[in-house]
Design a protein around this ligand. Sequence first.
Ligand SMILES: Cc1cc2nc3c(=O)[nH]c(=O)nc-3n(C[C@H](O)[C@H](O)[C@H](O)COP(=O)(O)OP(=O)(O)OC[C@H]3O[C@@H](n4cnc5c(N)ncnc54)[C@H](O)[C@@H]3O)c2cc1C
Length: 545
Amino acid sequence: MSDSRHYDVVIAGTGLYGTSLGAILARHGARVLLIERGRHPRFALGEALLPQSAIWPFVLGARFDVPELGHLSHADRIVDHITSTCGLKHSIGFAWHRPGAPAEADHVHQLVPPHLPFYSESHLYRRDVDLFMVEAAQEHGCDYVDETTITDVVWTNEEVTVSTDDARWSADIFVDATGRHSLLAAREGYRDAATEAQTHSRCIFAHVEGLPAIDDWLKADSEGRRLHDGTFHHMFEGGWMWVIPFDNFHRSTSPLASIGLMLDPRVHPEDASLSPEEEFHAVVGRFPTMAAQFEGVRAVRPFVRTARLQYTATTSVGPRHVLAPSSYGFVDPLYSSGLVHSFESVFRVASHLLGGLRLDGSSGPRSDFSAASLAPIDALHRAQWADADRMASTAYAAMRDPRTWAAWTQVWLAQVLFSDLWLQRACFRFFESASTDELDVLLQGNRPGSASPLAPHREALLDDLAALLADSRDPQATATEMLARLSAESWLPRHVYDWGSAAARSIDFSRPEVAGALLEWGFTASPEPLRSALFDFSLPGPAPT
Ligand SMILES: Cc1cc2nc3c(=O)[nH]c(=O)nc-3n(C[C@H](O)[C@H](O)[C@H](O)COP(=O)(O)OP(=O)(O)OC[C@H]3O[C@@H](n4cnc5c(N)ncnc54)[C@H](O)[C@@H]3O)c2cc1C
């Protein structure tokens, strides 16, 4: 460790948030101390990436010149530089199940994102990835202490002081990336005693070996690709399950998979008479196709059963301190937004702190890091949480019935497609100009994408459909109305996907003709102002490594 006891930034918690932020800040000359209560390598959740959570590490790596972050953005770069224990996320798949009946082929959805040269989605084996990132942060200059318990955090107008039983450090600002049991949320009374979340869910999860591919029972629509080659979701009334194989990449050496059952406790109350593993199999046993897939799996670490997962806090900033998104709140892992939120926040917080510490070359006094000056960070975390709660609670309402679930899946696809495009646009414009200003566009608005031309319209649509689903008494009528709404939306590219048709269940943007048709629509036929504000880049971009 450095002799200095004063740091620019002290960060508690060395998950991907703390280490990504620490690496960026240290790379740009900040004196950073990382404090970890545990010790790497250690287990962590947050394994499935989305296009956005794969693109974000690329953006962060390019914007802040931290190549190790860029390695997280591509399955091949992970094997080349980090570990061969991660899997591939070629697609996102869903199958809806009725108790006592095998899953039906027309209740399967498969969505395949485009294959672009600069990123691909992975299943992160976090034990190895987090170890790599904590080492990378140190190589960039962070000091690091582990197995360290913080006993106090106090601030004055001038600095913040972080203490343990036998050490004390001061800093300009303290970042709490310790997660659910956030130090500051507990110490400052920020944690809401009763969360406002509309989503109710608990979890039973494990890592297992011996998992057969779901393709032994259900067929993928996309040619030549298994459902097993992505994150697969079993859906049913009041719950869903993630299946995240680590063995599905041709360069992977892992035999493992991550599985997790999410249950609304109002529909599936905990059975405390059963062990977590017994309860897992009891729930799965109600659904024949799921029971068959999980019959022979062997847990390589004990099943864990949680209480209700939702939490939030009154604020995520205060004088000289910031709570990371996972310290501020959490909703539900459906749609894997956790790491998207982490990386969005790292981008905003890193930009803010480098400016406030004057490490970005700007002149003037260093920031006092007052709560008011940190308000844009709080606004981001609040918007992320509220969005996650709306999406997850609406999804739980939709998963009561296969018809509403199918319609909702189209709504989600429409949302995520345009959020991905907003991020991809920034990257393509960056490739063209080599100017990081194109990436800094993502700092506009409360959240990346909130400044896009479609955002208000999409928000209104989501609010309407959330209300419709929450009040639904007739699934067929609700699904019909949802599909009719989608049919009427002029901003959806109709010739690549039959939005609004109950039969539209799969789309494969990895097929060049499908991705090409989307781009052609965007450049020539999409409505204004979408065309001029979203499709204002040139192709092809280079393939950075
Ligand atoms: C059931 C579940 C499934 C999920 N699945 C996904 C998914 O598939 N995809 C996705 O994107 N996101 C997922 N998430 C969310 C994801 O886990 C988080 O968004 C992400 O891990 C947050 O990263 P982090 O670095 O902030 O926190 P973490 O990864 O939780 O790291 C926190 C670190 O802080 C340390 N720590 C804790 N207390 C202290 C202390 N007092 N002092 C010092 N150090 C401390 C811990 O040891 C740990 O190393 C899931 C979450 C849950 C609950």
